[in-house]
Structure formats: structure tokens, C-alpha cells
Write a protein of this length. Structure first.
Length: 720
């Protein structure tokens, strides 16, 4: 009972305690929710007018873009390559968002039926995106069943029923198709909006008058660059420069946040001892190559060593070995088994061993007949028909080839030339080897070979050989001249001596300059920057700087380039998105204001002389009289409007006053005017053509302006 009485006596206190505990629980839960929200915001790569593009979504799209390049370059993409691809993706996402919003606002849509029609070419021209996608599978775009067959293979449930090792590849192809469908729809939407904007443009009677009815003029002119006036005759103040910037601020719109950074760096270079070690290594490798009859066992010990299984022509190796002194002379004149003398090129030694040399046709053409499973049993009879002359190659290909492109090429294999990019129907031995057709190097000319490939039987032969030339079989290895750990530690100690001091960053920069290190002050970066201007593969510093506050100095040495740059950086200033900061463009603005004032001053000086002929002005302006024909109100975009206005409004035969036109000062005198009296109004066809042309320009500019005005928050740098 005593205990119960104590509880009753302290009931108020208990209520307070429970209340505080409950409040703490609520606040704690709220803070956890807030933390989740904050974390969610941190996982956003891009905000487009408030719409979030999550990091994982963006990364998936970026991976789909980079994979084809990685396959093409065998995974060798630089930071700059990746950022360029990322920037292109970001711009596309922004443009697509703007397009979608504008379409929604004006009630334009693309129906699934339209997308289907663009895929199958039913009532609409086949989309180039669809044709490009299906071409990789050899699909005839005129055959809807082939298209449907491929699309059915990409059904998600069907892919899930495949063996696990096949699912990854098919999911990748499916993602590629989904992106293609999106591109088809986006392009159609863009075409509809552009068509609407184009039709919205009208040419009124005043437009017609000034583009057609006022004729053209022939004008005599004297002009000179305004730079003939010395700079010291014109004074541009800081106030004038700032005033121009403030009144033309839209010229300097910039949608991304920026940072201004300072940094000092050292480039680690091989020492004399490193050069000597590389020379000893390459001399040892050369001795081994000279002694061996199995060079593959030697070159495999080097990262880029290769004992090639095929022969190369003289022309191919001339291009490949162009930077290796005397390599071609050794191949052409040396004995079999020779190895070139090593020479340093781009901090490396390259050794070439001549394994064999022969004479063979430089190039051949290749006939190809791809047969599907239904026609594969006829292979021998088709070969016999061609060889006996009872049927021509063209006839057999037209009737039996499963590939429409081969039919179009008349049974000849055609590839893109590696150097010119143009279609090429001739192939070297090395090119045949690369395509898996090296069997043809061992068969007589015009003799067909039957080759089995997944889903097809190929009948191939070489034909039309060119003149014989030297072919070479070679082995190759490269010994790079790398800096040693000792050399790296020496360079690291040199920059660390400055980095670990207790001095302010400005003093560090001064000390770095005195020590012979590279020093850069006031470099502007933003989320689309691929690297610091003077430091390759330095995207990590970009990411760090944009995440840091103004005044922050890096707490570590950044290792950039090919791990051969050591960098210390400071974030001097941060700038929000909106406009380029005045200090960033001040010099550019000052130059423009100076150009304008210098031109106006020169024109004023000339006018004060009150000259009365073009020849007099030509002498004074250190120039000559020129004659320009067909000047009209419709001129090229590069013609200054001031020049057109003066040329068309100054009375015939009258001398104009000197005036500034762009970067020049001009005096002109209209000589004659050509007006077709019969043209009082342009033909409807001409007006319609101009209307379409101007409308298309207006539509393009309108969409560009909408993109420019869309608020963007680019935080991709967080994830580098």
C-alpha cells in the first residue's frame, strides 16, 4: 500500500517522464526519417526541374552507353572518355525531359500504334533506330515475321526460361531494345512538336517586302580593322566592363555549379637508373629473341608482347611500325630471325623479330553465300553449279542467300575500311585472319570452302587476287621505361616537404614554384569537367573540389595521370549555378568593350577629317576600295547588321559616314540598285519555302531556349 501511495504522490512526475520519453522517441524517429530523406537526396545524380534521376538509374543508362565503347577499345576508356559519354547522356536526359513536358503542355503524344508502325514500316517510314537495331541480326526490314521473331526472343519471361549463362547476354540485348523503343518514340515526338512550331510561323507583308521586294545593291566600300587604332587611345574602365556584364548577363548563363581551384603538382619521371634498367632488360630480351625459334615463349612474358599467327603486308606494317626507326628496313632486307636494334620512342623500347617473309597477293576479294538450315543441304550442288558454269554466282546468291546485304552486294563480302571509313571489298591475309576466314589463305583462288557458323552455313572463296608483294610474319614486344619505387619516393618526398609544412596554401604555392613544381592558379571546374586542364585522369580532384567548401585544402596527395602525377589542390571559391562569375569572364568582356570603343573612336576620328571620297578614306585607313555585289536585307549570318543597314539605306551615290561594323570600321557608297519591277509580291511557293525554312529555325531555337531555361542541379560528381 505504501508503494501505491508513492506512485500516486509522484504521478505528475511520471507523466512528465513518460511524455519526455515519448517525445524523444518521436523526434528520434523523425530524425531517422529525415536522415533517410537526406540520404535519398544524396543518391540523386541529376535534378531536372525538380525531377530526380537516381544514381542507380543513371549508372545503368551510363553502363549501357559505355559498354559498346569498352568492347570496341577492349576496355581502355580514359576518364575523359567516360565523362564525355556521361555529359552526352545528361544532355539527352535534359532534352528528353523538356520535350516530354512541352508535349504534355500542348497535348501532343505518340501512341503505341505509331511506335509499332515505325518499327514495321506500316504506313510510316521505318525508323532509322529500328533498322539500326535489327541490322545486327541480319533482319530483312521488309519481312515483319523476322522482326516479330527477334522481338519474341526478347520477351522477359522467355529470357528467364533460358540457361543462366545466356540470360545476362539476352538481358543486355533486351535493354538495348528498350532504349531503341524509347529513341523511336522520342524522335517521333520531336518531329511532331517541330512540325507544329514550324507551321506556327507566319510571314507577314512586311517580311515579304524586306526579303523580296526591295531588290539588291552594288556597293563600293573601304574597311579596315579597328585594331589600327592603338590601345592607348582608348580607356576601358572596370565600371564599364562590369556594366556591360550586368546588362548582358544572359550571354553568360551557366546551368552548373562551379569551383575555382588552385593546385601544385609534380610529374614523376624515370631517373637515369630507371633508363639504364630498361636498357638492360631490352638487351636481354633481344638476345633471347635472336636465339629462340619459338618467340611466343619470350614475348608472352611482356604485357603487350605478341607472336602473330598471320602475315602482314608491307603496307600494313609501314603504318603500324612508322614510329620504330629502321624496323621496316630490317624486315625488308634482314635475314629470317633478325631482330631490330632497340631505340627509345615515347619512353619505351620496341623489339620486332622477323619470323618469316614470303611473296603473296596483297589483297583478294571474297565471295560469300550464307545459307540457312533449309538450304544448307544444297551447298555442294550450289558450288558445283557455279564451278560448272550452269549458274552464276549472282543467280545463286539472289536465290539462296539468307542475308539481304550479301544479295545487294552481289555475293561479295564488303567491310568498312579501317582508315577511310569507306566500303571496301578487298582483304589482306591479316584481315581474313581477324574475321576468322584464314582458311582461305590455304586454299586455291576461286575454290569454295564450306564453313559452319551458328545458324548458318557459309560458302566462301577468295577471288580477284592483286599483284604479289612482300608479306611478313613477326613477333613483337615492348619494354616500357617506368620509374622505380625509389624514383617515386624521391618525387613524393619533394612535394611532401611542401605539403606537410604548417604554411598557408598561398605560401605552399610560392614554395612549390621555387622548387620547380608546376603551379596553376584560378582554374574553373564544374560537373561536366573531364579533368584539370594540365593533369590527365584527374576527375577525382574535380569530384573532391565540388563536394568541398571554399577554402578547403586537400588532406592527401592525389595521384593522377598514369599514376605519375602527384597533386595538392585547394578550393578557392565556389559559385552557384546560374551565371558564369564576373571574374571568370571579365577579360573576355573587357576585350569586347575595348573592341567596340576602339571602333567607335576610330570612326569618330575619321569623321572629324571630313573627307569627301572613298579614295581619300582608303589612304587614311591604310586600305583600298572594294566593290560588293548583291547586298540585300537577306544576308549571311556573319554579315554585321550595321553594314547591311547602311548599305541599304544610304542614298545611291552618297558617301556614308564612317561607322563600326563588328571588328571593322567601314565607309561605303552605294553605286546602283537592282529592283525587279515585276516582282511586287513573291510567289506563293517562294513564300511557303521561306516560311518552312524560318519556321524550322524558330522551332530549333525555341527548343534550345526551353532547355537553356530549365533549372538543372547536376550532382554527378558525387559518385566519381
Amino acid at each position: 500500500m505504501a508503494t501505491l501511495q508513492k506512485i500516486r504522490n509522484r504521478a505528475g512526475l511520471l507523466i512528465i517522464v513518460v511524455g519526455v520519453a515519448l517525445l524523444a522517441f518521436i523526434i528520434g524517429d523523425g530524425l531517422r526519417s529525415g536522415s533517410s530523406l537526406l540520404q535519398d537526396n544524396k543518391m540523386v545524380a541529376l535534378k531536372i526541374d525538380g525531377k530526380k534521376v537516381k544514381y542507380d538509374e543513371y549508372q545503368q543508362l551510363l553502363t549501357e552507353r559505355t559498354e559498346p565503347y569498352e568492347r570496341q577499345r577492349q576496355g581502355k576508356l580514359t576518364d575523359q572518355d567516360r565523362v564525355q559519354i556521361s555529359n552526352q547522356l545528361a544532355q539527352e536526359l535534359i532534352a528528353d525531359y523538356v520535350l516530354e513536358q512541352e508535349a504534355k503542355a500542348i497535348g501532343i503524344r505518340v501512341s503505341p500504334a505509331e511506335v509499332s508502325a515505325l518499327i514495321f514500316g506500316e504506313g510510316l517510314p521505318t525508323s532509322q533506330w529500328a533498322a539500326q537495331f535489327f541490322s545486327q541480326f541480319g533482319v530483312d526490314m521488309g519481312n515483319p515475321e523476322q522482326i516479330r521473331s527477334i522481338m519474341s526472343e526478347l520477351d522477359l519471361n522467355r529470357i528467364k526460361s533460358l540457361p543462366a549463362e545466356q540470360q545476362s547476354m539476352m538481358l543486355s540485348v533486351r535493354n538495348q531494345w528498350l532504349e531503341t523503343e524509347k529513341q523511336i518514340r522520342t524522335q517521333r515526338l520531336s518531329e511532331k512538336i517541330n512540325a507544329l512550331l514550324t507551321r506556327s510561323y507566319a510571314i507577314n507583308s512586311l517580311d515579304e517586302k524586306y526579303t523580296t521586294g526591295l531588290g539588291t545593291r552594288t556597293v563600293a566600300v573601304v574597311r579596315t580593322p579597328s585594331t589600327i587604332l592603338p590601345n592607348d587611345q582608348v580607356t576601358v574602365t572596370d565600371q564599364q566592363v562590369k556594366a556591360y556584364y550586368d546588362s548582358h548577363k544572359q550571354l553568360y548563363a551557366f546551368p552548373f555549379e562551379q569551383a575555382k581551384v588552385n593546385y601544385y603538382s609534380i610529374l614523376v619521371r624515370p631517373s637515369e637508373a630507371d633508363y639504364a634498367a630498361a636498357k638492360a632488360e631490352v638487351d636481354s630480351a633481344r638476345v633471347q629473341l635472336l636465339a629462340t625459334t619459338t618467340p611466343a615463349k619470350v614475348v608472352r612474358n611482356y604485357d603487350n608482347g605478341n607472336a602473330y599467327e598471320t602475315y602482314f603486308t608491307d603496307k600494313e606494317l609501314e603504318q603500324y611500325l612508322s614510329t620504330i626507326p629502321n624496323a621496316m628496313t630490317m624486315l625488308r632486307e634482314g635475314a629470317i630471325g633478325s631482330v631490330n636494334e632497340p631505340v627509345i620512342v615515347n619512353d619505351s623500347y620496341t623489339l620486332i623479330k622477323l619470323i618469316d617473309r614470303k611473296q603473296a597477293p596483297e589483297e583478294v576479294k571474297v565471295n560469300l553465300i550464307p545459307l540457312d538450315s533449309a538450304n544448307a543441304p544444297k551447298a555442294d550442288s550450289l558450288i558445283a553449279a557455279i564451278q560448272s558454269g550452269s549458274a552464276t554466282l549472282a543467280q545463286i546468291v539472289a536465290t539462296y542467300s539468307m542475308d539481304e546485304q550479301v544479295k545487294a552486294n552481289g555475293g561479295y563480302l564488303i567491310n568498312q575500311d579501317n582508315y577511310t571509313g569507306m566500303p571496301d571489298s578487298t582483304f589482306t591475309e591479316a584481315e581474313l585472319f581477324g574475321m576468322g576466314l584464314d582458311t582461305l589463305t590455304k586454299t586455291p583462288v576461286n575454290q569454295f570452302v564450306k564453313m559452319e557458323r551458328p545458324g548458318a552455313t557459309l560458302l566462301v572463296r577468295k577471288t580477284a587476287p592483286t599483284a604479289s608483294v612482300n608479306h611478313y610474319k613477326i613477333a613483337q614486344l615492348t619494354v616500357p621505361i617506368n620509374f622505380s619505387e625509389e624514383t617515386f619516393r624521391t618525387a613524393q618526398a619533394k612535394i611532401n616537404e611542401i605539403f606537410t609544412s604548417d604554411k598557408k596554401f598561398d605560401q605552399m604555392m610560392d614554395d612549390a614554384q621555387k622548387a620547380g613544381l608546376s603551379v596553376v592558379r584560378g582554374e574553373y571546374i564544374n560537373s561536366s569537367s573531364a579533368a584539370l586542364a594540365s593533369i590527365p585522369n584527374s576527375r577525382e580532384i574535380i569530384s573532391w573540389a565540388l563536394r568541398s567548401k571554399a577554402g578547403t585544402v586537400s588532406d592527401k596527395l592525389f595521384r593522377c595521370g598514369e599514376n605519375d602525377y602527384l597533386v595538392v589542390a585547394q578550393v578557392e571559391t565556389k559559385y552557384p549555378a546560374g551565371f558564369q562569375p564576373f571574374e571568370q569572364v571579365a577579360d573576355q568582356v573587357r576585350d569586347y568593350v575595348l573592341m567596340e570603343q576602339r571602333g567607335d573612336q576610330l570612326a569618330s576620328n575619321l569623321a572629324s577629317k571630313k573627307l569627301n571620297s572613298l579614295d581619300s578614306y582608303a589612304t587614311e585607313m591604310q586600305s583600298s576600295v572594294d566593290t560588293l555585289y548583291n547586298i540585300s536585307y537577306v544576308t549571311s549570318p556573319n554579315t554585321p547588321s550595321a553594314f547591311v543597314g547602311k548599305a541599304m539605306t544610304t542614298a545611291i551615290g552618297k558617301l556614308s559616314a564612317p561607322f563600326r561594323a563588328g571588328t571593322e570600321v567601314v565607309v561605303l557608297q552605294p553605286i546602283s540598285e537592282n529592283v525587279d519591277a515585276s516582282v511586287t509580291k513573291p510567289s506563293p511557293a517562294a513564300t511557303a519555302q521561306k516560311r518552312r525554312s524560318y519556321g524550322q529555325q524558330m522551332a530549333y531555337r525555341a527548343m534550345q531556349e526551353l532547355v537553356k531555361q530549365t533549372p538543372i542541379e547536376d550532382t554527378r560528381y558525387r559518385f566519381w
